[in-house]
Design a protein around this ligand. Structure first.
Ligand code: ASP
Length: 595
């Protein structure tokens, strides 16, 4: 045997190095590997090729007199690295130029046959099965890659925050219920039956208190819990980079968070994203019909209110806002040829999103308009419409007439439905959406405005005087970070004046007495010298998913819940022992009848 290996950081008492690390430069060396049998191929009566896999890759081992080893058995194998014979080199495999010969095999553990193949074929296996056997699913290259990208991203974020003098502080998991907006998970108290802790929907209150406490710059990669319906980009439990800074304006916060985002992108992709642009919430809605605009594609909404200012067409005459979406043949090859069922589907979608209807217009040869409403439009209106929308033959125009917010939202959804590329496609387009409204919509129960972000956002100084007279028109010093149409996170400059906090609470229907009773612990400290402060939080699951090219955050979380909130592996949530409930003073009602 010639030469010994430079000891690798991966060497242990059982192995000299990782399976995927063997290269032609190792030829002639003796190595010991550990891993799982990925594949066994017989070669004559006494010889077998065994592919041995660990997280770093697979390597081919030529073994004589192999007995009973099957896929997923755990083995240790010692052998000599040799160049693969001519004609058998596998250029697709990093270890494909070499193989291990003169092998001695030790079985470390036998294995039952797995319920699905431990390779890319398992992508097509029912997700419930993948999650039931998640430990096998994670053995696969895709999950190994994703979890390692995740770890790199977390580490890069920590590095970037620490380089900016942020201090990592851990905050409690058991806390009182807070008014942040999401439904909370409650934990019954055994010592005080009938009382509950809430699990943090975010460390919001704690981080603001840390600013009062003079920490100056706080961060934490924090676990947050929200009892909300699960979707591709939402889990009950999720992780976020949570940060807060004292003596700052919005631009200080955005700059600090940008550094963390850039570091994460560099760690995951080896590329530095360009400086992140900013757009106001109003412009984002107006141009893209969304507060999380996907800037990877155009198809901006076009304002047509002026075009139809004097129209006689009834559906347009009284509308406050008319907007159009131009679908060209490059984006949507069937645009002008769209059949009835496609157009009906667009119309249904528009109605589902709150529009009274959708006007479609196909632009034919010579710019002739084909539409059920064409006959109601004057020549001047047709010409202005074509001009404003820069329409050409082959385009499909989709128009909505309604309140401004409805025209934006409905066409924003259609824009995404029609034009949005899959997550792994196109460049990474980050954007800060700034100046969010302080309040959005009205709470169905209280009839009071609801916070746009949460109740601790500072109203925009230019709008404060309208806080009581016209609250819905007030902007907040609040901002979101959006990447390729996904909301990564949000933040704001906070209220640091207790009286301003009360004014905002009053708008939300929380009286001064209520506020003292429920959040006195939070309001009280602000009397003792709260610095101006602001912060931000972004979801690392979402960031990692996009950087890993995954459509669903479950693919980048080791042990996620299914869409219905359960865990097929542990069966959680499960009923508990009646004695446990007794101790907590809890008696169960019969489950509600299923509708
Ligand atoms: N607490 C907020 C959230 O979790 C973020 C922030 O305002 O800093 O969404």
């Amino acid at each position: 045997m010639s030469g010994s290996l430079t000891p690798s950081i991966n060497a242990t008492a059982l192995r000299t190095q990782l399976c995927g690390s063997l290269r032609p430069e190792h030829i002639g060396q003796s190595v010991t590997l550990c891993g799982w049998i990925a594949r066994r191929r017989e070669h004559g009566e006494h010889l077998a090729f065994l592919d041995v896999r660990d997280y770093s890759g697979v390597v081919q081992c030529v073994v004589s007199d192999v007995k009973d080893v099957r896929n997923e058995w755990v083995v240790q194998i010692t052998g000599k690295v040799q160049a693969r014979p001519e004609g058998t080199v596998n250029a697709n495999l990093p270890t494909g130029g070499v193989e291990l010969v003169e092998c001695q095999l030790t079985v470390l553990n036998a294995a039952e046959s797995p319920p699905f193949p431990i390779d890319a074929r398992a992508d097509d296996v029912d997700e419930g099965v993948r999650l039931k056997f998640r430990y096998l699913d994670i053995r696969r290259e895709r999950m190994q890659k994703n979890l390692r990208i995740r770890a790199k991203v977390n580490s890069a974020i920590r590095g970037a925050m620490e380089a900016q003098n942020f201090v990592e502080v851990e905050t409690p998991f058991l806390m009182p219920s807070t008014p942040e907006g999401a439904r909370e998970f409650l934990v019954p108290s055994r010592k005080e039956p009938g009382s509950f802790y809430a699990l943090p929907q975010s460390p919001q209150l704690w981080k603001q208190l840390l600013m009062v406490a003079g920490i100056d710059r706080y961060y934490q990669i924090a676990r947050c819990l929200r009892d909300e319906d699960l979707r591709a980009d939402r889990q009950y439990e999720f992780m976020q980079l949570d940060a807060e800074m004292s003596f700052v304006t919005k631009d200080d916060v955005l700059a600090a968070i940008s550094r963390a985002v850039v570091a994460a992108a560099e760690a995951a992709l080896g590329q530095t994203p360009p400086p992140i642009e900013q757009i106001t919430w109003h412009d984002a809605m107006n141009r893209f019909g969304s507060d999380k605009p996907d800037l990877r594609f155009g198809m901006e909404l076009i304002d047509l209110t002026d075009v139809f200012a004097a129209t006689e067409f009834k559906a347009f005459a009284t509308a406050k806002s008319i907007k159009g979406l131009r679908v060209d043949a490059a984006t949507y090859p069937e645009a002008a040829a769209s059949g009835r069922s496609k157009l009906d589907a667009f119309t249904d979608r528009a109605k589902q999103m709150g529009a009274k209807g959708l006007v479609w217009i196909k632009v034919g040869d010579d710019l002739a308009l084909d539409s059920p409403v064409a006959k109601f439009l004057s020549d001047a209106e047709r010409a202005a419409l074509l001009q404003q929308m820069q329409a050409k033959s082959g385009d499909l125009l989709l128009l909505v007439a309604d309140e401004w917010s409805t025209t934006c939202e409905v066409l924003g959804h259609l824009r995404n439905d029609i034009g949005r590329p899959p997550v792994h496609e196109g460049p990474y387009r980050y954007v800060w959406v700034i100046d969010f409204p302080l309040f959005v919509g009205v709470n169905a129960i209280t009839g009071k405005p609801q916070p746009g972000h949460h109740p601790f956002c500072q109203p925009h100084p230019d709008d404060i005087e309208r806080l009581e007279s016209d609250p819905m028109s007030v902007r907040a010093l609040a901002y979101d970070l959006v990447l390729n149409g996904w909301e990564l996170g949000s933040g704001s400059i906070r209220i640091h004046d207790p009286e301003m906090q009360r004014r905002v609470f009053r708008q939300l229907g929380i009286s001064d007495e209520d506020a003292d009773r429920r959040f006195g612990f939070f309001l009280q400290p602000f009397k003792y010298g709260a610095p101006p402060h602001g912060g931000f939080a972004f979801g690392t699951d979402r960031l990692v998913a996009i950087l890993a090219g995954e459509e669903n955050i479950r693919e980048v979380i080791a042990f996620p819940k299914t869409q219905s909130g359960s865990d097929p592996m542990t069966n959680a949530p499960t009923p508990v022992d009646p004695a446990q409930l007794n101790e907590l003073g809890i008696r169960l009602l019969p489950p509600p009848a299923k509708s």
